[in-house]
Design a protein around this ligand. Structure first.
Ligand code: ATP
Ligand code: MG
Length: 332
């Protein structure tokens, strides 16, 4: 069987959190083994869709690059690049907008949630974001997109866009499948466990960052909201406990059912302490490696620009075909 073409993007906004790590980054590292190629993109253009500071964006981009490398992405085995370095993404966005239904964009949950939070202006970029995201993936004819559960609808939309394009202009683009982890696809805010842990719009105390020191992790997990009752079991009525069980299962590499057995006759206090220790141990190697990698921005730039060159070679071939099919520019 042909190997999958793996593609995923991650935002350079803010610091990456445990949800990003468990839902996405962990899958990227594993995707390097299967993907041919495996392509990972730091999506700085997406970051413009909410209020941001230009100088900070650059800093955060290096932070995110170093986190991904520290987590185990290896530029020898994957293509790691900055979205804005490959201009094909923005051109393809416009071309795909011709086969994107306005009504579909209107239905996107993320737009509804994020636009409600904007204080001054709701940028059109926030509305258009899913088209850029479709272009990111379709430019590489990716077959697999590792993402967290919150991106389900955006991946469905890009499949629809590819389908419409192919119907209208002939078979050109590939409909990608999402790859959503079985455990940890939606890590919840520790303080408000009915909301996902998120860079924009989660509580600070309820968000564990990949780079948090063990003490901060202990504090946040120690004050995590649990539910009434005292059983340590997964259940829709126990979103707080269910979330902690998932985190512990992933950090220790065991099944959630095994976690339930392990803590069958233990209390919430002891359980939360165990989750904190497991999480601190789980994240420590990434934090330590990050501290070594982050200072050398020139090295990070070299990795990103070498990645961009490889990415461009693939994306520009797709673009040439798309333009030709759409009647844009001279005949090839
Ligand atoms: P924002 O809230 O600004 O959208 P984010 O926290 O969702 O930021 P992104 O960079 O947009 O961060 O997401 C990167 C990846 O992490 C995506 O694949 C997304 O699905 C995944 N992800 C985000 N939050 C979670 C979460 N709470 N649990 C599991 N996966 C998540
Ligand atoms: Mg997001």
């Amino acid at each position: 069987m042909a190997k999958p073409v793996v593609f995923s993007g991650i935002q350079p906004t803010g610091r990456k959190h445990l949800g990003n790590y468990i839902g996405a980054i962990r899958q990227y590292v594993e995707g390097q083994e299967r993907g041919e190629p495996a392509i990972f993109c730091i999506v700085d253009l997406h970051a413009l869709s909410v209020a941001y500071d230009p100088a900070e964006l650059r800093e955060r981009l290096y932070d995110t690059t170093a986190i991904l490398l520290a987590a185990g992405l290896d530029p020898e085995r994957c293509i790691l690049f900055r979205q804005s370095d490959v201009r094909e993404h923005t051109e393809l966005t416009w071309l795909l907008s011709a086969v994107t239904a306005h009504g579909d964009l209107n239905r996107m949950h993320q737009f509804k949630e994020k636009s409600a939070k904007q204080r001054e202006l709701v940028p059109a970029a926030l509305f258009f974001y899913p088209v850029l995201m479709a272009a990111d993936v379709l430019a590489y004819r990716a077959t697999e997109v590792p993402v967290g559960d919150d991106q389900r609808q955006h991946v469905e939309l890009m499949r629809e866009i590819a389908r419409r394009f192919n119907e209208r202009f002939g078979e050109t683009l590939v409909e990608p499948e999402h790859l959503i982890p079985e455990i940890g696809a939606r890590i919840m805010d520790l303080q408000e466990p009915t909301r996902k842990m998120s860079t924009t719009g989660a509580t600070e105390a309820g968000t564990v960052y990949v780079l948090d020191e063990p003490d901060a992790i202990r504090k946040k997990l120690g004050s995590a909201v649990t539910d009434s009752g005292r059983d340590i079991v997964r259940s829709p009525e126990k979103p707080g406990v269910t979330n902690l069980i998932d985190v512990y299962a992933v950090a220790r590499g065991v099944e959630p059912a095994a976690v339930e057995r392990e803590f069958e006759d233990k209390g919430y206090g002891e359980f939360k302490q165990a989750v904190a220790e497991a999480t601190a141990e789980f994240l420590a190697p990434v934090r330590e490696r990050y501290a070594e990698l982050r200072p050398d921005e020139a090295a990070l730039e070299r990795i990103l620009s070498a990645g961009a060159e490889k990415a461009r070679a693939i994306a520009s071939a797709t673009l040439a075909e798309v333009r030709d099919r759409m009647g844009i520019g001279p005949h090839r």
